[in-house]
Design a protein around this ligand. Structure first.
Ligand code: FAD
Length: 229
C-alpha cells in the first residue's frame, strides 16, 4: 500500500479528502483525527457555521455517541434538555392532531433526554474539537468539488484524482487514497460516481417539507404549543 505524506494543502497528495464540512464531514474528520489521520476537508460555503435553520434537536442516541467522543460537555452548556416530544400530523380530518408524546426514559442508555441546540452550534463544536486534535489543520473554504476519477480501476490501491474549484475561479488537481462525499442531499460526489462509474444509490428524496421556526410568546389555542420540544 502506498505511503502518504502528512496532508498539507501544498502537497497535492492526501490520504483522505472529505467533501463537505457539515455534521457528517466534521464528525468523520474528528474521528479520523482521533486516530492520527489528518484529512483534507473542503467546503464550498464561505461561512463555517449555519446561523439559523436546519437541525434544532438531538436524539439521546446521538448524545451517547458524542459523550463517548468527549464532545458532550460543550453541547450540554449551550442547549436545553428535553424529555418529551409532541408531534402533529394532518389527517383526512382537516384538523391537525396530536400524534405522539414519548419519553426517552424507558430506554437502556445513559441519556434520558434529548437536547435542543441549533445546528450551527453543533458544527462549531465539531470544528473546535477537530482543530484541537489536528493543530494547524482546518476546513478549506470556499472550495467546491467538481469531478473525480480513479487512476487505475484494476488496482484496488489506486489513487483518486479530484478536481476542486474555488469561488474565486482557481482550479486545483489533487490526488487522494480515499475520497469521501459528505456534501449533503444533492451530493456532487454521489452524482459523479453515478455518471462516471454507474454506482447507483438506493432511496429517493422524501416528499415532505420541514421548517424550524423561532416564535416569541405566540398567541394561539394550538394544542400543546409549549411542548413542541
Ligand atoms: C429544516 C430542517 C430541520 C432539521 N431538523 C433536524 C433536527 O432537529 N435534528 C437533526 O438531527 N437533524 C435535523 N435536520 C437534518 C440535518 O440538518 C441534516 O441531517 C444534516 O445537516 C446532514 O448533515 P450532512 O453533513 O450530511 O450534510 P449538510 O449539513 O447538508 O452539509 C453538507 C456540506 O457540504 C457542502 N457542500 C455541498 N456541495 C458541495 C460541493 N460540491 N463542494 C464542496 N462542499 C459542498 C455544504 O456547503 C455543506 O456545508 C434538519 C434539516 C432541515 C433542513
Amino acid at each position: 500500500m502506498a505511503e502518504f505524506t502528512t496532508p498539507k494543502w501544498r502537497d497535492h497528495l492526501f490520504s483522505v479528502v472529505i467533501v463537505g464540512a457539515g455534521p457528517a464531514g466534521m464528525m468523520l474528520a474528528f474521528c479520523l483525527a482521533k486516530m492520527g489521520v489528518n484529512p483534507l476537508i473542503i467546503d464550498n460555503a464561505l461561512a463555517s457555521e449555519h446561523e439559523w435553520g436546519r437541525g434544532d434537536g438531538m436524539q439521546f442516541r446521538t448524545l451517547e455517541v458524542l459523550r463517548n467522543l468527549g464532545l458532550y460537555d460543550d453541547l450540554e452548556k449551550q442547549s436545553l434538555k428535553v424529555a418529551t416530544m409532541s408531534q402533529w400530523a394532518i389527517t383526512e380530518n382537516p384538523t391537525v392532531r396530536h400524534v405522539t408524546n414519548f419519553a426517552a426514559g424507558d430506554m437502556d442508555i445513559e441519556e434520558k433526554y434529548g437536547l435542543t441546540i441549533r445546528q450551527g452550534i453543533i458544527e462549531k463544536i465539531l470544528d473546535k474539537g477537530f482543530e484541537e486534535l489536528s493543530p494547524g489543520n482546518k476546513v478549506h473554504r470556499p472550495w467546491s468539488f467538481q469531478d473525480a476519477w480513479i487512476e487505475d480501476r484494476s488496482d484496488p490501491n489506486s489513487l483518486v484524482n479530484v478536481t476542486l474549484r474555488s469561488q474565486y475561479g482557481e482550479t486545483r488537481q489533487i490526488r487522494t487514497r480515499y475520497l469521501v462525499g459528505c456534501d449533503g442531499g444533492k451530493s456532487q460526489v454521489r452524482r459523479t460516481l453515478r455518471d462516471r462509474y454507474g454506482v447507483m444509490f438506493e432511496g429517493s428524496p422524501h416528499d415532505s417539507a420541514w421548517g424550524a421556526v423561532d416564535i416569541l410568546e405566540p398567541r394561539t389555542n394550538f394544542p400543546d404549543i409549549k411542548r413542541v420540544w
